[in-house]
Design a protein around this ligand. Structure first.
Ligand code: 4G0
Length: 221
């Protein structure tokens, strides 16, 4: 899969995408990730990307010309163009699964007070990672990239994929333990040491249900 990001702050993307599973996916060729600087599609001396809103009001708005030129240069008819914005549709694991089937994603990261409305004509979907406002769309784009990358076939090992499957039944995960069997007076539940795999599975399902009821009753419907 190819993912391109159009941003005013390409420096932000060094670090989070150079470690762990995303780094591994890039090195193996399963993910081709390219960070593009929006200012490369300006033509004036000051590399202007924003302007004051018509009608007045605070802040600045991203102007259409550089974004149109960049999208026209980077996208073809295979490209799924996404805009990161607090007004977007909620980004969920289901949305990530859907995006992981695309062959080319182009993520537009805004900042300031947002995008000139005409930019939305370029976009297939507008996504929000949650109900809060960030200084720019870079962190939301990295959240999308990270989430989608681990769903690209071949990125997770077989073990990790199987484990992930068991967590995607819409419940929170059950309590897990490793050695030692007793730590500072806190004991591992006896059932997990019983060797009775049917009973262990029953216990885990029950724990996941209780935890979900307690913390996220909205997930149970
Ligand atoms: C567009 C996304 C982009 C409009 C982007 C701000 C939070 C998210 C931005 C605005 C972002 C999110 C109108 C403030 C850049 N902040 N929740 N900031 N406005 O996904």
């Amino acid at each position: 899969m190819k993912i391109e990001v159009l941003t005013l702050f390409p420096e932000m993307f060094a670090g989070p995408l150079d470690v762990s599973m995303v780094a591994r996916a890039r090195k193996s060729g399963l993910l081709d990730l390219q960070i593009r600087n929006l200012r490369d599609w300006t033509h004036d001396r000051h590399k202007t990307v924003d302007d004051r809103p018509f009608g007045g009001g605070p802040g600045m708005v991203l102007k259409p010309e550089p974004i149109f030129e960049a999208v026209e240069a980077l996208a073809d008819n295979q490209t799924h163009v996404l805009m990161m914005s607090p007004a977007g549709r909620s980004f969920t694991q289901a949305v990530a699964r859907e995006l992981s089937t695309k062959q080319h994603l182009l993520l537009l990261c805004g900042s300031y007070e947002g995008f000139d409305e005409r930019i939305r004509t370029l976009v297939h979907d507008e996504l929000s990672i949650g109900d809060y406002v960030l200084t720019n769309g870079g962190l939301p784009a990295m959240v999308v990239i990270d989430t989608v990358t681990r769903l690209i076939p071949g990125v997770l090992g077989d073990d990790e994929s199987a484990q992930d499957e068991s967590f995607s039944h819409g419940l929170l995960e059950y309590p897990q333990y490793t050695r030692p069997a007793e730590f500072r007076g806190m004991k591992v539940p006896e059932i997990l040491m019983s060797g009775n795999h049917a009973e262990i599975e029953r216990w885990r399902r029950e724990q996941a249900r209780l935890r979900t009821q307690e913390r996220r009753p909205d997930l149970l419907g």
